[in-house]
Design a protein around this ligand. Sequence first.
Ligand SMILES: [Zn+2]
Length: 76
Amino acid sequence: MNCLVCKTGKMFESSEVYFAKLKSSYVIIENVPCRKCAQCGEILFSASVIGKIETLLEMYKKVASKIFIVDYKQAA
Ligand SMILES: [Zn+2]
């Protein structure tokens, strides 16, 4: 598939660090599977991955720590 942003770049399987800022904490999720544009670097997460991340964020919201660093492969 071609990139939705630059229209010409090819998307390839990759993994990225996902960063989220919650109300009272920061969450860093490593090794999140995604597609990345070879040309412009645009990153695309699949709907199932986003759903999983949202579930994780809901969970982390309830914990009092300031910063979380987790590995997607272990958390998912
Ligand atoms: Zn692109």
